[in-house]
Ligand binder design. Sequence first.
Ligand code: NAD
Length: 269
Amino acid sequence: MGRLEGKVVFLTGAGAGIAKATAQSCVREGARVALFELNEEAGASAEKQIRDAGGDALFVHTDVTNDNSVREAVAKTVKHFGRLDVIFNCAGGSSEDDHPVHEMDLEVWHKTVALNLLHPFLTCRHGIPHLMKAGGGSIINVTSHLGLIGSAKPAYAATKGGIISFTKTLAAQYVSYNIRANAIAPGSIRTERTLGRYDNPNAVLSERAKLDLRRRAKMKKLYPFASGDPKDIAEIAVFLASDESRMLTGTTIAADGGRSSYLNVYSED
Ligand SMILES: NC(=O)c1ccc[n+]([C@@H]2O[C@H](COP(=O)([O-])OP(=O)(O)OC[C@H]3O[C@@H](n4cnc5c(N)ncnc54)[C@H](O)[C@@H]3O)[C@@H](O)[C@H]2O)c1
């Protein structure tokens, strides 16, 4: 029997990267999944891949920054599958224009806040009543190691840091409903998007992107366990979604090879 047998999970941003891999892992463990995705082609293709492999998936075209869109997506999920047990908030990202505070365009700040922070608020606002009806559930928010330590991108770091305290608050507020809330803080994950940005020899890079690339190479040397594949995060998500993690709530699992845990002063060079 799968570790998520009988559970219904919705995942945001499930047309690509970490959420897509997590949807596939959840299905492998017996869950039925709703894929909330803005990009229609990516969402439909992710749904097809799961169905072709014999799983049960529903693509729901959703803009996670829009309250009505999220409300409708949650309603469609519950109508289709009859229940909801797990919320996986993963859509998110940073902008190349996430400049130092005194230089940042206000629009960049608002867009980043909407995608990274308003989004989990909206999915919880509409999803939690269904977890309550199901007698409990698990909320999993995807943050970043940069939410734990800060970064050169202020909007990204602030929103990812916000997710961590939001998760703790959810844990406290819904404990009496048998609902747990945890976060995962990935290091560098080799998704189609990051491979396109950092591992593409033909890419035309801005000065900022080049600097980013040099920093990443240095980090790779200092923290060799800090990069992984989407399925590495998917496995942690399955654990947090399952009853195996029943002692965990309010916590953030730093899947970042120690980058947020220790300063590497031990390397030889
Ligand atoms: N990839 C990494 O190295 C890394 C590292 C740390 C944290 N993270 C975090 O993990 C999460 C997933 O990252 P990823 O690299 O897998 O992402 P990705 O860019 O590969 O996929 C994100 C998906 O979200 C969708 N999306 C974007 N805006 C949306 C919206 N408004 N509504 C619905 N869907 C929307 C996109 O179309 C895309 O399919 C993000 O929150 C990111 O900040 C990623």
